[in-house]
Design a protein around this ligand. Structure first.
Ligand code: SAH
Ligand code: SF4
Length: 401
């Protein structure tokens, strides 16, 4: 029988620096402190700074307003000053596709002409936005489409938080003045599981999540945000203390020999090192369990013996195990196991006392499922037209309009 594993992936490549922004400063994605500093630099008097920062924050993140001139509780001159110095820019929606199951995928263009994808997954009683943290990914996991993309750069905090704002525009989810508060939110959860390795873009992800969690703005609670990492061990404790959201870890294999070849970063931080970092995780508790992600690859990591090794490895860690049936992409060197195999694996994990949900693939018809994201434009050209063509995102209605 031939070995189903591909040859070893190359070592992670170096990230080119993000090109410096040109033109007026974009305020989207600045933390409150960053926003205050920008307003001070533009000439806002010191004694007004806290108030102006709060007002602007609400316009941008609570009401979703992008036009300084529509910020009606600010003096006209001050609005004009803001418009001279700053912009409020989001990634541009180049294409929007809607899957038969309601999943929406946005292809977004960011500074420098790069493209990233964001996916909205509506479910009963909740809606999850899957957000990208980098253009492409340096880590070349052999089962991941994103990892095959050569061009990589970090996204800025504004480009990360901006993905949620783009989705809110598209879903019409900004509050309307005077309208009753909607109890159920369309985007109720956010997962950092799109393109890129969030812990290799730590500062931007941290700042973006501070913006997203701020109670006077987008206001997603930290327990509704999950960051997925392939295992950047030194950044795991800082993620707990400085970001504070829930953690998911892409384990995918139960021996170093197999994990080395699936998740090449394992050669730097192996399974034992990774699990030790999780045992030391500052936020570890039963209410904030770690999610282990495990992509099911036929004949590679899906045997009963793997399931038994898995539960031995994670013993003592409050956790659940998300089993992700492999999502195929053109040229992928793996296959998805049968449902019977996946269920048998899940049963072993479940009997050992761990929740072991099998993640239902969503948005497969528009290549929006886990691991299918890739921004290469040649892929778009090669494909048939999507179910729904690109639409301009609706401008949010300013309060009082
Ligand atoms: N870079 C981070 C987060 C993005 S990937 C990480 O690796 O954790 C989000 C999840 O999708 C990861 O668990 C990843 O391993 C998984 N994934 C990648 N490619 C996949 C594929 N083709 N099928 C199913 N899951 C995949
Ligand atoms: Fe990067 Fe995650 Fe894909 Fe690996 S699975 S290449 S870390 S995005």
């Amino acid at each position: 029988m031939t070995d189903p594993l591909p040859p070893l992936a190359p070592e992670p490549r170096l990230l080119p620096r993000r090109p410096p922004a040109s033109g007026p400063l974009n305020l989207v994605g600045l933390t409150r402190a960053g926003l205050a500093a920008a307003l001070a630099a533009a000439g806002t008097p010191e004694r007004q700074l806290a108030m102006r920062t709060g007002q602007l924050w609400q316009w941008i993140y609570h009401w979703g307003v992008r036009d300084f001139l529509a910020m009606t509780n600010l003096a006209r001159d001050y609005r004009a000053l803001l418009a001279r110095h700053f912009t409020l820019a989001l990634p541009e929606v180049v294409r929007r596709e809607v899957s038969a199951d309601g999943t929406r995928k946005y292809l977004l263009r960011v500074e420098g002409g790069h493209e990233v994808e964001t996916v909205y997954i509506p479910e009963e009683g909740r809606g999850t936005l899957c957000v990208s943290s980098q253009v492409g990914c340096t880590l070349t996991c052999s089962f991941c489409h994103t990892g095959t993309q050569p061009l990589v750069r970090n996204l800025s905090a504004g480009e990360i938080a901006g993905q949620l704002m783009v989705a809110r525009d598209d879903l019409g989810e900004w509050p309307r003045p005077g309208a009753p508060r909607r109890e159920e939110r369309l985007v109720s959860n956010l997962v950092l599981m799109g393109m890129g390795e969030p812990l290799l873009n730590f500062e931007a992800v941290r700042d973006a999540m501070a913006v997203v969690m701020d109670g006077e703005g987008l206001a997603l609670s930290r327990r509704r945000i999950t960051l997925s990492t392939s295992g950047v061990v030194p950044m795991i404790a800082p993620a707990a203390t400085e970001i504070g959201c829930l953690l998911a870890v892409s384990l995918h294999a139960t021996t170093d020999a197999v994990r080395d070849r699936l998740v090449p970063i394992n050669r730097r931080w192996n399974i034992a090192t990774l699990l030790q970092a999780l045992r030391d995780y500052p936020r570890l508790s039963n209410s904030e369990r770690i999610t282990f992600e495990y992509v099911m690859l036929e004949g590679v990591n899906d045997a009963d013996e793997d399931a038994r090794r898995l539960v031995r490895l994670i013993a003592g860690i409050p956790a659940k195990v998300n089993l992700i049936p492999f999502n195929e992409w053109p040229g992928a060197p793996f296959r998805r196991p049968s449902w019977a195999r996946i269920e048998a694996f899940a049963e072993i994990v479940h009997r050992a006392g761990y929740a072991a949900p099998i993640r239902t693939p969503r948005g497969g018809d528009i290549m929006a499922a886990c691991g299918q994201l890739k921004s290469a434009t040649e892929r778009l050209r090669a494909r048939r037209p999507p179910a729904v063509a690109a639409t301009a995102t609706a401008a949010p209605r300013p309060p009082g309009a």
